[in-house]
Design a protein around this ligand. Structure first.
Ligand code: HEM
Length: 119
């Protein structure tokens, strides 16, 4: 019985130690503070209308999607025309009337660089 109690105690301590270690080691997700994001004008947005720097304004926020362009599951020619401009329609319709999945919308967070000043 004593052995069982001891084993349970060790298991409990190991569990607590693991939880503590994870909370220290796993970095907290960086949540952008939207109030501190720069406001980006339509003129500034328009400068990023190419493959080497592709920004899009989508529902009031501006995203730098340059790194995502080669990862998007279509030829580059599908996303490129939306770079440097208000692209909510592109995101909502994919160019043929069908919205992106919630997973695709969630990916946007990683590319957020500002709010859209022209909204
Ligand atoms: C705004 C311009 C965009 C256009 C015109 C566009 C268009 C498309 C098209 C035609 C497809 C393939 C067909 C289909 O799945 O139905 C697709 C799929 C996809 N796109 Fe886009 N896309 C755009 C922006 C984005 C952005 C900014 C992201 C994410 C950061 C994204 C993420 C995805 C993902 C994950 C898929 C796979 C299907 C899904 O999850 O909906 N796209 N997109």
């Amino acid at each position: 019985m004593k052995k069982l109690t001891f084993t349970a105690f060790v298991a409990f301590c190991t569990f607590i130690a693991t939880v503590l270690a994870l909370s220290v080691l796993v970095p907290e997700r960086v949540v952008a503070d939207h109030d501190k994001l720069p406001a980006i004008s339509a003129d500034e947005l328009a400068e990023h209308d190419h493959e080497a720097s592709c920004w899009m304004a989508i529902e009031g926020k501006v995203y730098d999607l340059t790194d995502y362009l080669p990862l998007h599951p279509t030829p580059l020619s599908i996303m490129l025309p939306w770079c440097g401009r208000e692209a909510t329609e592109g995101m909502r319709t994919k160019g043929y009337g069908r919205d992106h999945s919630p997973a695709a919308w969630a990916m946007l967070d990683d590319y957020l660089v500002g709010t859209y000043a022209d909204e």
